[in-house]
Every structure is written in structure tokens, then in C-alpha cells.
Design a protein. Structure first.
Ligand SMILES: *Cc1c(COP(=O)(O)O)cnc(C)c1O
Length: 464
């Protein structure tokens, strides 16, 4: 395992004060938010681990880039910076800037997917899946079976099952407009994809003449895992590993809110001029002129700088080291986790931790509320509240009841992580007194964002 630097490879030159609340205040605050952490004001959250998307701290170099942004409608100098960075880092000549990752998915699938067609992916991220479906295509998850086994500690649980992919392409070649691979595999817990797997997927796609695109959101974190775990890469630079990864693909979609270390932005990039020209038409319609797409010039400048910064081995060792630090401390406290620890967050197995709460009373939701009350920590339920209902009206119970603690990049220190561990330990100590929840208000779609709850039994137990 690659070791973490002695301390952060950066120092702090601007701070954002945080409000520290008392336990009693948090009990009131979460109650008036209908026991829904999404409805809390962010100022009432001490450590916000809701997402790693768009929450990074930019560097002084990126902030300086904002002031140099060229806001010209056409032919912006900042677009040249972005295009140069994408060429250097990924090796793709053609770039369309978009307002975020899902917009790149939108214009790619509008260009390539026709009604009834199948899009294989190791595991579709929510927005990717939604965009395939919206074009009347059929998303198909082909990740290896071990991805679904929480306790399996295999090094590359994000790999695609290439045997299944070959079968699909052999039997239904004409129904598959493109193949995608998500690195790291977000929906499987930020698990990496090996270089061998990327190479093999590419080979199969070439054999059948199908374009191959990478969902590149966490490309640098994935490259770090390859360097750490795959033979032959232990001395390679992250830049070289990234170049090799993308040399096997025809293009990528990117949410710059992840590994470009900015707060908003994305792009579609490709080496295929034909795909680029076709996608450009949709870019103009939905995003903007091809040299700014959905972005301000200053945003393109910050993304360009972030794409180089994220290749630093010291940065990545610190980043992934911090995620591991949190996981290791939680494990020491006997908190059950999804293994192995992925690149951008830690997933707590709430069903195991709060085993007295039946799934009908949403154990992972209860854990997310309890972590807030105990420590002012906001994680996110990835369980049956999120899953929603089936067409017949029944709850569509999730395979696993998880709370994800996603770590923003360059934002919190290990001492903040210690607060998270203390909150989890406090919940563990009073686990049996923590109540389940039921809906008071339940919106018909995407219910987790705005639903309101009450503790089951209306009890005012230890916590509520
Ligand atoms: C975040 C994300 C997206 C979508 O990007 P947005 O910028 O949120 O639109 C797509 N795929 C993966 C794997 C992601 O993590």
C-alpha cells in the first residue's frame, strides 16, 4: 500500500468558519427539518459529507485562473487552455465544455443512442442511467459479481465482466451504439477498474466495431489504485497511467466537479471527429457555442488547471489516505463497513449496525439522522428511502442499507474525521435505543430529497 505523506501537501491560506452547535440545538434543528438531513441548512452542519461532487477546495493557482478567464463568446483563450489540458492529460483532440457531467452524457447519448438500443456499462451512475432511458435506450450493468459482495476485498471490484460483454456484442452487435466504463465505479462504492480490464473492454469493442467511452469523473483516483495494486505500474507516473487508460478509449464524459477539483463544470471529449461534429450540434442547442458550452471562461480556466493538479502523486496519496484514515478509525470502533475502502468515501453498513430496526423503518435513514444529532455530521442514506417505490406501490427495498460518508477534496482535516468517528462511536454505544422512522410526507418521485419523517412510536428516546 502506498503510504500517505507525513501531512497535507498544501497549507491553508483562506478559511471558511464553521458553526459549532450543541446536541440540543441539533435535536431541534433536525426535528424542524422533518428528520431529513437534505432539508437542513448547510450552516447548521458541522462536517458535511453529503457528497464529494462540487465540494472541492480550489488551489491558489485555480483561483488565479478565474481572474484570467476570457469571457468572449467565440474563440475564448480559456477554451484553448481547457482543450490543451484535455489533450495533454487524456490525449483527446476534440472537446465540448458542458455545465456539468450529466450534460456531457445528454449530448453524447443524443448523438449515439436510438430507441431500444442497449448501453452496457460496468455500473451506470444515476444520471447516466436516466439519460440512457430518456433517449429510450436500455442501460445494462455488467460489473463483475463480486461488486455486489460487501465483504469481498478484491482489489478491482469495479471491473466489467468482459465475458458477458463479449456475449452481448456477439449476439446483439447492431443494438449496441456504444459501451461505457465508469472509473472509479461510483455506484459500487468508488471501486477501481484495472488497466487490464480497460484494455480488454477496448479489445472487445474494437473486435465488434463499437465505440468505447469512459465515464471519467474520478480518473485520477482510479489511476492511483492502478499504480498501487496492478503489477507493472508501481513506478509509473499518474500522468502516464492516465494517458494509457484513455489511449484505449474513443472518448469520455467528465464531471469536473470530481477530479478536476472545481465546483461546477464538465466536458465531452473524443478522438473521433465524426462523433465530435455530431455532438456539437446538440451542444449548441442545449449548452452553448462549442468554445464555451455550458461554462464561463473562468470556469474553463479553473478546470484546465485542476486537471494537471490532480495528477500529483502526493495529492492523491493524501486524498485516498484520508478516506482510508476515516475507514480505519471506524473499523477500530467496530463500525461495519463496505470493503475494501474506495476512492471517495466510506460506506457504513447500517443494517448491521442498527440490526434492531426493520427495513420497513429505514435503518440507514435512522443512522444518518443519528450521526447528525451526535456530531453535526451529514452523510447520505443509500438505502430503501432512496430506492423509492415499485410501480405496484410497494417500497422497493434496497439490497443494502448504507450510509455514505463522501469526503470533499482538500477540505477537511483528520481532526474533522475524528469528530465523525466519535459521532459513529456514540451512535454505536446507544444503538439499541435509536428508533426507526416512518414517512409523514412522501413525494411521489425522488422522495428522499424532500420527504418528512417522524420517529416510529413517536418516542422521545435517548436521541429524539
Ligand atoms: C457525478 C457523476 C456524474 C454526473 O456528473 P454531474 O456533474 O453531477 O452532472 C456521472 N457519472 C459519475 C460516475 C458521477 O460520479
Amino acid at each position: 500500500m502506498l503510504s500517505r505523506p507525513l501531512a497535507e501537501p498544501y497549507r491553508i491560506k483562506m478559511v471558511e468558519p464553521l458553526k459549532i452547535t450543541t446536541r440540543e440545538q441539533r435535536q431541534e434543528l433536525i426535528k424542524s427539518a422533518g428528520y431529513n438531513p437534505f432539508l437542513l441548512k448547510s450552516q447548521d452542519v458541522y462536517i458535511d459529507l453529503l457528497t464529494d461532487s462540487g465540494t472541492s477546495a480550489m488551489s491558489d493557482n485555480q483561483w488565479a485562473g478565474l481572474l484570467l478567464g476570457d469571457e468572449s463568446y467565440a474563440g475564448s483563450r480559456s477554451f484553448d487552455s481547457l482543450r490543451q489540458a484535455v489533450q495533454d492529460v487524456f490525449g483527446f483532440d476534440y472537446v465540448l465544455p458542458t455545465h456539468q457531467g450529466r450534460a456531457a452524457e445528454n449530448i453524447l447519448f443524443l448523438t449515439m443512442v436510438k430507441e431500444g438500443q442497449i448501453v452496457p456499462n460496468n455500473m451506470h451512475f444515476d444520471t447516466t442511467k436516466a439519460h440512457v432511458i430518456q433517449k429510450r435506450g436500455r442501460p445494462l450493468d455488467l460489473v463483475t459479481d463480486i461488486a455486489y459482495v460487501a465483504s469481498d476485498t478484491s482489489p478491482f471490484k469495479g471491473d466489467m465482466d468482459t465475458h458477458k460483454l463479449d456475449q452481448v456484442l456477439t449476439n446483439q452487435r447492431d443494438d449496441v451504439p456504444l459501451v461505457m466504463l465508469t472509473i472509479t465505479c461510483n455506484s459500487a462504492g468508488g471501486q477501481p477498474v484495472s488497466m487490464a480490464n480497460i484494455r480488454e473492454v477496448s479489445k472487445i469493442c474494437k473486435k465488434h466495431g463499437v465505440p468505447f467511452f469512459i465515464d471519467a469523473c474520478r480518473f485520477a483516483e482510479n489511476a492511483f489504485f492502478i499504480r498501487e495494486r496492478e503489477r507493472g505500474y508501481e513506478n509509473a507516473s499518474i500522468a502516464d497511467i492516465v494517458r494509457e487508460m484513455f489511449s484505449y478509449a474513443d472518448g469520455c464524459t467528465m464531471s469536473a466537479k470530481k477530479d478536476a477539483l472545481v465546483n461546477i463544470g464538465g466536458f465531452l471529449a473524443t478522438r473521433d471527429e465524426k462523433i465530435y461534429r455530431a455532438a456539437m450540434v446538440w451542444c449548441v442547442l442545449f449548452e452553448g457555442f462549442p468554445t464555451y458550452g455550458g461554462l464561463a471562461g473562468r470556469d474553463m480556466e479553473a478546470i484546465a488547471r485542476g486537471l494537471y493538479e490532480v495528477l500529483s502523486l502526493d495529492y492523491l496519496a493524501e486524498r485516498i489516505g484520508q478516506v482510508r484514515y476515516l475507514a480505519d478509525r471506524l473499523r477500530e470502533q467496530g463500525i461495519p463497513l463496505v470493503e475494501p475502502t474506495g476512492g471517495h468515501g466510506v460506506y457504513i453498513d447500517a443494517q448491521k449496525m442498527l440490526s434492531h430496526i426493520p427495513k420497513e423503518q429505514f435503518p440507514a435513514w435512522a443512522l444518518s439522522v443519528a450521526l447528525y444529532v451526535e456530531g453535526g455530521v451529514r452523510g447520505v442514506e443509500i438505502g430503501s428511502v432512496l430506492s423509492g417505490r415499485r410501480p405496484d406501490g410497494e417500497n422497493d427495498y434496497a439490497r443494502m442499507e448504507l450510509v455514505r460518508l463522501a469526503i470533499p477534496r482538500r477540505v477537511y482535516t483528520d481532526r474533522h474525521m475524528d469528530v465523525v468517528v466519535a459521532a459513529a462511536a456514540a451512535v454505536r454505544d446507544k444503538a439499541s435505543a435509536i428508533p426507526g422512522f416512518r414517512f409523514v410526507e412522501e413525494p411521489p418521485i425522488l422522495r428522499h430529497f424532500t420527504a418528512k419523517f417522524e420517529p416510529v412510536g413517536g418516542r422521545t428516546g435517548v436521541l429524539f
